[in-house]
Write a protein that binds this ligand. Structure first.
Ligand SMILES: Nc1ncnc2c1ncn2[C@@H]1O[C@H](COP(=O)(O)OP(=O)(O)OP(=O)(O)O)[C@@H](O)[C@H]1O
Length: 510
């Protein structure tokens, strides 16, 4: 029997006395797609970071590639040699540089004597790797920013795989598909299949259980820092079975509109000829008590809408919030916030959270003014409210004094939601709020979104997750080329939303 391509034996990791990964084990075979699944904070990234040498494991564990011991600790310098490659969620590409520069960074061929970069040799090496990935149409001279999203993933993979024998090694995609718009996913999956057909092993870390079923041969689940199932074949599994592996219990997405009815009132949020970014002109009214979804493909303008409404980018037109009117020409997040717009941005690091501060500081900071007294911030409410956020969203560890930076990605997203929902806003604008959250937390985020409407907010949900939109929205508006082109009113299903985005009136067999 051939040795596993990658084997992990008894890996543990302790941070400041708390063991977050305990005796993890894993076997990945050559030529397979192996998915790692688990709730936020279950230890997936920690496991990957131990294998990639970012963290040093507690003593006692072992990592083997093709039967050969490579640690622990794993020497990051040896990873390339041993055939381990990591493609992170943000891809780590510099858009202003060429494909050649991005792929060859740190690995340039140089001229003898002068030590200057040998561009011709570099370009030839890049072409060779791109050919392996069936991407020979990409020129090494093209700027990465000019490529399609799926081609960018190809460049990130080429960088990871260069100078490798086809079929060797392991490529780890850590939530990489989140960087890829829906319409480019098939190309990404084709590339994964191409790699595995050559014999390379692929690990995907994903919260998207549909994706896991579609692409993975076997799956390993972590719960509370332990591997609870290892290498289970996905044939014969369905989403409900994967959900049980993740949560240790059943978990279904409710129809929250049905189960959480709200009362509609005027004077919510009114968009008048809103334009800016890739939005060309949108007029729409969202009543208080209503959740209105906006959706569309990657080039529909969807990604500009939430930042525009929240004042994060300027534009033209006006947004009326209750009795106040904001001009988008002089917009700012501060002005929008003062008018009663709470905003959950997509980029939680850049705009959402101060990661060096504690959970309690993050959750309560925007509310000190309204909840505290001019002479005293008040500690009681801060404790109670923060603990309620930790409980509602099942944030782990439930430690309000821990710095946000030490939480897993999904748990940070939950803290961000909790922070803004505390304030009972007039309008709530959410930009793809379930990204990175696990299947259990996703339900909590959607319930909280609906609860905001029940409590009287006008809620705008910008998302391309059709299941989310169908679960919480009263109406869905579909964008194309920066304008609203279709409107769905209840009842509608996730498939209806999907068909409306891709303008497929016959429905689809996704
Ligand atoms: N640098 C750190 N210091 C302290 N604790 C940490 C650190 N990094 C991770 N942790 C803790 O380790 C646990 C596992 O986190 P990890 O990032 O591995 O989870 P995950 O399964 O990848 O979650 P997600 O799906 O949200 O990305 C969490 O409880 C997290 O708070």
């Amino acid at each position: 029997m051939t040795a596993p391509r990658l084997e992990v034996r008894s890996l543990s990791k302790t941070f400041a006395g708390i063991t977050v990964l305990k005796d993890a084990y894993l076997e990945v075979r050559p030529g397979e797609v192996h998915a790692l699944i688990g709730q936020n904070g279950s230890g997936k990234s920690t496991l990957i970071k131990l294998v990639s040498g970012v963290y040093r494991a507690d003593s006692g564990g072992e990592v083997l590639v093709d039967g050969k011991r490579i640690g622990t600790p794993v020497d990051p310098g040896r990873l390339h040699e041993e055939g381990l490659a990591f493609v992170h969620q943000d891809l780590g590409l510099i858009h202003d540089l060429s494909v050649r520069e991005n792929v060859r960074v740190g690995r340039h061929s140089t001229m003898p004597y002068t030590g200057w970069i040998n561009r011709r040799k570099d370009a030839a090496a890049v072409r060779e790797t791109l050919e392996l990935l069936h991407l020979s149409h990409i020129s090494p001279q093209t700027k990465v920013g000019a490529l399609r999203p799926s081609e960018r993933v190809g460049v990130a993979v080429a960088r990871a795989l260069q100078e490798r024998h086809p079929g060797s090694g392991v490529v780890v995609f850590d939530e990489s598909s989140r960087a890829i718009p829906y319409e480019a996913l098939d190309d990404f999956y084709d590339m994964i299949r191409l790699l595995t057909s050559q014999g390379t092993a692929v690990i995907i870390v994903s919260h998207n259980l549909k994706e896991v079923l579609q692409i993975a041969d076997r799956v390993t689940a972590l719960r509370n820092g332990r591997v609870v199932e290892m290498g289970v074949s996905t044939s014969g599994l369905d989403e409900a079975a994967l959900t049980r592996m993740v949560l240790g219990r059943d978990g279904e997405l409710d129809d929250f509109v049905e189960s959480m009815p709200s009362e509609l009132r005027e004077r919510g949020l009114e968009l008048k000829e809103v334009a800016g970014g890739a939005i060309r002109g949108v007029s729409a009214a969202v009543r208080r008590g209503e959740v209105v979804g906006f959706t569309g493909t990657v080039d529909s303008g969807l990604s500009s809408l939430a930042p525009l409404l929240a004042g994060a980018i300027t534009g033209s037109g006006t947004v009326a919030v209750g009795y106040r009117e904001l001009s988008l020409e002089r917009a700012s997040v501060k002005k929008a916030l003062r008018a009663g717009v709470a905003y959950i941005p997509q980029d939680r690091h850049g705009q959402g959270l101060a990661t060096a501060l504690t959970v309690e500081e993050n959750v309560t900071l925007p509310h000190l003014h309204s909840r505290g007294k001019p002479w005293w911030t008040g500690l009681g409410w801060q404790k109670v409210e923060t603990e309620s956020v930790l409980k509602t969203f099942e944030v782990t560890p439930a430690n309000r004094h821990a710095p946000v930076a030490t939480f897993s990605g999904g748990n940070q997203q939950k803290v961000l939601m909790g922070k803004w929902l505390l304030g009972a806003p007039t309008a709530l604008v959410l930009d793809d709020p379930t990204q990175a959250v696990d299947v259990g937390a996703r339900a909590a985020v959607l319930r909280a979104t609906r609860q905001a409407a029940v409590d009287g907010a006008a809620v705008v949900l910008c998302s391309s997750e059709v299941d989310d939109l169908a679960a919480v929205c009263d109406r869905v508006l579909v964008l194309e080329q920066g304008s609203v082109v279709r409107e769905l009113t209840r009842p509608f299903t996730a498939d209806d939303v999907f068909s409306a985005i891709f303008h497929d009136p016959e429905g689809s067999d996704r």
